[in-house]
Write a protein that binds this ligand. Structure first.
Ligand code: NAP
Length: 303
C-alpha cells in the first residue's frame, strides 16, 4: 500500500465488466454442453420502488450474461404460506438453478422460514443457514454477493489482506457480518463496529482496510481515516437533493485514503455480478450432478 496525495478510485464498473465477460463465456460453454441455460428465479413482494429498480437491474444483467430469469411478483398482502409454497416449488424445479427473494419483505412475512425454504443448491444469495454456516467455517458454496464482491474488488486492486487491520462498520447479516468473516478468513485482524460502538473514530483510524456498510451518509470523514488506508464504501444513501452517496464524506476521505471506491460505481456493480457468478456456478454444479460427477450440498431438502 503506498501513501499518496489523494486516493486512487477503484472502478467497480470496469472490474465488474471484466468478470461478467468471463461469466458470459462460461454460460456459452455450458449451453453448448448441456443444451439449457442457467436460470434465475426472482421473487418480489409488493411495489417498493427500490426493490423494483434492483430487480430490474438483476434481470437486465442476467440477459446480458445469457442467463434466463423468471420473475414472480406478489402483491404486498400475499400470505407467507403462498410465498413459501412458491419458493418450495422453485426449489424442486429442475430447470431453475438460482432462487433470489428480493429483500426487504413486508413485515407480516417472516424472513427465516422463507430463506429456509430455498434449496441450499439454489441459494445464490447465500442467505440460507447452511451457506451461512459454511461461511463461518470458510467453506461456503455460495458466498453472499455484496461482501464477496468487495473481496474481489480488493483482489482486483492488488490489496493484500493478510495481516492487515480491517474494520467493518455495520454488522448486518447480509453485509457486515459476512464481510467480517471473509476478511478474517483471509487472515486480516477484524473489528466490527455497529450502532452501539462508542467513539467510532478510535476504530476507523486504525484500519488499513476500512469497509463502510452502515447506511449513514457522512458517517466517516477524512480525519477518521488512517493515511494510506483502503476504503470500500458499501453504503447507498439518497440525499434530500436526490444525490446518491455512500457512508463516507468522499472529498475528505479521498485526501487520506490510498484507494477508495465511489458511490455509485464501486461495490454496486460487483454485487449484481456476484449474483450472476453464483447462478452460473449453481448451473454448472447442476450439470455436473446430471452427469453424476458432483455431490449435492448438505442434506436433502425436506419435502
Ligand atoms: P442494515 O441492515 O440497516 O445494517 C446497517 C448496519 O450498520 C447495522 O449493523 C447497524 O448497527 C450499523 N449502523 C447503523 N448506523 C450506524 C452508526 N451510526 N455507526 C455504526 N454502525 C451503524 O443495512 P445493510 O443491508 O447491511 O446495508 C448497509 C448499507 O449498504 C446500506 O446503505 C445499503 O443500502 C447498502 N448496501 C449496498 C449494497 C451494494 O451493492 N452496494 C448492497 C447491500 C447494501 P446495528 O446492527 O447495531 O443496528
Amino acid at each position: 500500500m503506498t501513501v499518496q496525495d489523494t486516493a486512487e478510485i477503484i472502478d467497480g464498473n470496469a472490474i465488474a465488466a471484466k468478470i461478467r465477460g468471463g461469466l458470459k463465456a462460461r454460460v456459452d460453454k455450458l449451453v453448448a454442453a448441456a443444451g439449457w441455460r442457467p436460470t434465475l428465479a426472482v421473487i418480489r413482494v409488493g411495489e417498493d420502488p427500490a426493490s423494483i429498480v434492483y430487480v430490474g437491474r438483476k434481470v437486465r444483467a442476467c440477459e446480458e450474461a445469457g442467463i434466463d430469469s423468471r420473475q414472480y411478483v406478489f402483491p404486498e398482502d400475499v400470505s407467507q404460506a403462498e410465498v413459501i409454497a412458491t419458493v418450495r416449488e422453485l426449489s424442486s424445479a429442475p430447470d431453475v438453478h438460482g432462487i433470489l427473494v428480493q429483500l426487504p419483505l413486508p413485515e407480516h412475512i417472516a424472513l427465516a422460514p422463507v430463506l429456509g425454504a430455498i434449496s441450499v443448491e439454489k441459494d445464490v444469495d447465500g442467505f440460507h443457514l447452511y451457506n451461512v454456516g459454511g461461511l463461518v467455517i470458510g467453506d461456503t458454496v455460495f458466498p453472499p454477493c455484496t461482501p464477496h464482491g468487495v473481496m474481489l474488488l480488493l483482489d482486483a486492486a492488488g490489496v493484500d489482506v493478510s495481516g492487515k487491520n480491517a474494520v467493518v462498520v455495520g454488522a448486518s447479516n447480509i453485509v457486515g457480518k459476512p464481510m467480517a468473516l471473509m476478511l478474517m478468513q483471509r487472515e486480516a485482524t477484524v473489528s466490527i463496529c455497529h450502532i452501539k460502538t462508542r467513539d467510532l473514530a478510535q476504530y476507523t483510524i486504525l484500519a488499513d482496510i476500512l469497509i463502510l456498510a452502515a447506511g449513514c451518509p457522512n458517517l466517516v470523514v477524512g480525519p477518521m481515516v488512517k493515511r494510506g488506508a483502503v476504503v470500500v464504501d458499501v453504503g447507498i444513501n439518497r440525499l434530500p437533493d436526490g444525490r446518491l452517496v455512500g457512508d463516507c464524506d468522499f472529498d475528505t476521505v479521498k485526501e487520506r485514503a490510498s484507494l477508495l471506491t465511489p458511490v455509485p460505481g464501486g461495490v454496486g456493480p460487483m454485487t449484481v455480478t456476484m449474483l450472476l457468478a453464483n447462478t452460473v456456478k449453481s448451473a454448472e454444479r447442476h450439470f455436473q450432478r446430471e452427469k453424476g460427477q458432483a455431490e449435492t450440498v448438505g442434506e436433502p431438502e425436506p419435502a
